[in-house]
Design a protein around this ligand. Structure first.
Ligand code: FMN
Length: 472
């Protein structure tokens, strides 16, 4: 065996029980001494999350928690499923603690899969009942494990003058495979991933996509020595692993971006986020190219909107940049100019207004026209019902328009709904040579945003929910 490839994994025994406020670098130095180990440059210390949480006071007395309606509801939902699988039942108080530590509840089935405030996807927000001793108490994940790792690395460097790396680990279950393994939740001095792209394999083939999750591999290896009940051996030294020392590192770089995460299920929380994040974007767009296929995908989504007698009266016309769009906007502006003149506006103010709308509609990477197709509306003999049918047609295409805006938001595209086509129906039909039954209703400018837009105020619920007084 080539000795340079040897990696040693050494557990430190006889670690005292950790209390809030304990200075971990000193405890580690004492433990090294007792175990007869001297730190060397390039060593990696893997520390179990439980002792970090204890020294930080990240411990909670579950008995003191008052569970919310939501926690009770979740418990009712998951208990029969957990029971049927022979898993322990969860107390609503524990569920409340889990909710308090989570950004998003991703799944609530027989287990609770959460996204913690740090962005880790794990069961029960990483809350641990084991390795704590006191009944009724649980450990919460450290608030900022990178920070804790950094403090310990720097503390140890001050005492020993050795350049080492620190990994804080926890035991996480995995999607698709049974069995929890050690996983890094905080790092200092070592990059979470080892980028092999551009390097050659044994056969000279250049690696295209290989990125190794080195800190997770190290945490998993360390756990073999720690054991699952990490109270006994919460500190492990890994010696002989060849890594490039890096001063500033963060575990965040190993977390997959939400946008490219294929397995992240759209949850109700995500949907609410999309609903609230969508804004009417009226500023300049980025030069980033918008693919027409994405626009078509969003329009396909918009067809799932409800419509009166499932009439699906919406018709979409996608206008990329080019002569046709320019001609259309010029002709619409001629009409706008005439209307504004008739209203008695000055030449100067008309010029400013016309220029403004011209730029808005011409500069967006895509302009989408929404029409109502009158041909599918039911025909009545009296005016009132004919008018109502027209209104329900408008209501239906408006719901499709809303779906479109939300679909665009999900694709990170900015958009704005403009009513200008309503005022230039005839001109639009002529320039675009639209079928006679099409009634132009709205424009949507679409492109990637350059800035974020602040949400305009919303009315208070009591202003918009009218309570009829039955005794009046
Ligand atoms: C039917 C409709 C027509 C609109 N027409 C215009 C318009 O012509 N010009 C404009 O600047 N914004 C227009 N908007 C966008 C509104 O100004 C915007 O939705 C509103 O201020 C709320 O902002 P938000 O969409 O960011 O929540 C329109 C919105 C709707 C629903």
């Amino acid at each position: 065996m080539n000795l340079k490839d040897e990696i040693k994994i050494m557990g430190l025994e006889d670690i005292p029980l950790i209390k809030r406020g304990d200075f971990l670098p000193e405890i580690i130095i004492n433990a090294l001494e007792i175990n007869g180990i001297t730190l060397e440059d390039g060593d990696i210390i893997v520390i179990a999350q439980s002792i970090i949480s204890k020294s930080n006071g990240r411990i909670r007395n579950i008995d003191r928690i008052n569970p919310s309606e939501k926690a009770i509801k979740i418990c009712k939902k998951i208990t029969p499923k957990a029971k049927s699988l022979g898993l322990p039942e969860k107390d609503p108080k524990l569920v409340q603690a889990i909710l308090d530590e989570s950004k998003t509840l991703i799944m609530s089935e027989h287990v609770l899969i959460t996204e913690t405030k740090h962005g880790f996807i794990c069961a029960d927000a990483g809350i641990d009942k084991s390795n704590i001793g006191d009944k009724g108490f649980v450990t919460l994940l450290p608030k900022n494990p990178d920070n804790d790792a950094e403090k310990i690395r720097i503390g140890l460097k001050r005492i020993t003058n050795k350049e080492i790396a620190v990994i804080i680990s926890d035991s996480f279950g995995r999607a698709f495979r049974v069995g929890a393994i050690g996983t890094a939740i905080g790092v200092s001095g070592i990059n979470p991933t080892l980028d092999m792209r551009g390097k050659k394999d044994l056969y000279g083939y250049e690696l295209q996509t290989t990125v190794i999750g080195q800190v997770d591999s190290l945490a998993a290896a360390a756990q073999l020595v720690m054991g699952e009940s990490d109270e006994g051996v919460p500190l492990v030294i890994i010696r002989g692993y060849n890594f490039e020392f890096q001063e500033k590192t963060t575990i965040n770089s190993i977390l997959r971006d939400r946008e490219i995460d294929l397995f992240r299920k759209q949850t109700y929380e995500n949907i609410i986020e999309v609903l609230k994040k969508r804004r009417s974007y009226k500023l300049g767009f980025s030069t980033k190219e918008v693919e027409k296929e994405i626009i078509e995908e969003c329009i396909e989504f918009a067809c799932w909107a409800p419509s009166a007698h499932n009439g699906q009266f919406w018709r979409y016309i996608i206008l990329g940049k080019g002569i046709l769009r320019e001609r259309l906007i010029d002709k619409m502006n001629d009409k706008l100019r005439d209307d504004l003149l008739k209203d008695g506006n000055s030449e100067k103010s008309i010029k400013i207004k016309v220029e403004k709308t011209r730029n808005k509609f011409l500069e967006a990477p895509f302009l989408i026209l929404l029409c109502l197709d009158d041909k599918d509306l039911q025909k009545y003999k009296d005016t009132e019902r004919t008018q109502n049918e027209f209104i329900l047609g408008i209501q239906s295409i408006s719901s499709s328009a809303t779906y479109l805006l939300l679909a665009l938001e999900m694709k990170k595209l900015a958009s704005c709904w403009y009513c200008a086509p309503l005022f230039a129906k005839k001109v639009i039909k002529e320039v675009l040579n639209l079928p006679v039954s099409y009634i132009p209703m709205a424009f949507f400018t679409v492109g990637y945003p350059l800035k974020t837009v602040k949400a305009p105020n919303r009315k208070a619920l009591k202003e918009i929910i009218f309570e009829p007084n039955m005794y009046a």
